[in-house]
Design a protein around this ligand. Structure first.
Ligand SMILES: [Mg+2]
Length: 232
């Protein structure tokens, strides 16, 4: 009997590519207004790559996407002559702009209704590797908790991300189902600790021979309640 449903966020409740591109653009535009010299050193793509480089090369930042972005901007500003603490202050301000736009998402058409429906029957939680906050998306009332990489200092498919969610809810793996768009981070991660899985696959992607086979596959979020009911 399923008691808990956990959701991934990015690309499961909205199409995240355009959101992130817009957020990066807005953060960069803001930076150039205040620090026009930055354009001589970095374009928008190279500044963004700096974030990934820092995240991948600094063990302490491996799972901290927000801080990696701030440090990336800070280092870029320092490289054009800004003093460290001033660079840090400006970087944090630019990140605030980015993070604002990162929450300007357009939920999939059936997302809110499906979540509201599921919330009447099940307890709901979030397990995300990203830095979006459901409270800023008008969905906070439906979810009991969020497990995110920044707080956990680890990322899905690490089993601890899922174990922690179960612990917060006080349920066993078989009583919980995880829903996400990624066959590795979501489906494999949750299945490996014994949770049931729903793969959100709107584009009809094929399952590879090495992939973990999800318990259910849905093309739209609206199909989820019926899929879960089958599991009873
Ligand atoms: Mg996702």
């Amino acid at each position: 009997m399923i008691k808990l449903i956990t959701f991934d966020l990015d690309d499961t409740l909205w199409d995240n590519g355009p959101v992130i591109r817009r957020a990066i653009h807005e953060g960069y535009s803001w930076l150039l207004e205040y620090c026009p010299d930055l354009a001589n050193m970095h374009d928008i793509a190279s500044l963004d790559l700096l974030k990934d480089k820092i995240k991948n090369s600094t063990p302490d930042l491996e799972h901290r996407v927000s801080e990696s972005r701030i440090v990336g901007i800070q280092q870029a500003l320092q490289s054009i002559g800004y003093e460290s603490s001033i660079a840090r202050t400006i970087a944090k301000e630019a990140f605030t702009r980015f993070h604002h736009w990162r929450h300007q998402v357009e939920l999939f058409g059936d997302a809110k209704e499906t979540i509201a429906q599921l919330a009447q029957e099940y307890r709901l939680g979030i397990i995300t590797n990203g830095n979006a906050d459901v409270n800023r998306l008008g969905l906070g009332e439906f979810f009991e908790f969020t497990v995110n990489s920044e707080d956990m200092n680890r990322s899905k498919p690490d089993p601890e991300m899922f174990h922690h969610a179960l612990k917060l809810a006080g349920v066993r793996p078989k009583q919980a189902i995880h829903i996400g768009d990624n066959l590795i981070t979501d489906v494999r991660g949750a299945a490996e600790i014994g949770m049931k899985t729903v793969w959100f696959n709107p584009d009809g992607k094929p399952i590879g021979k090495d992939d973990t086979v999800p318990d259910f596959t849905v093309k739209t979020l609206a199909e989820i309640p019926a899929a879960i009911r089958q599991n009873r």
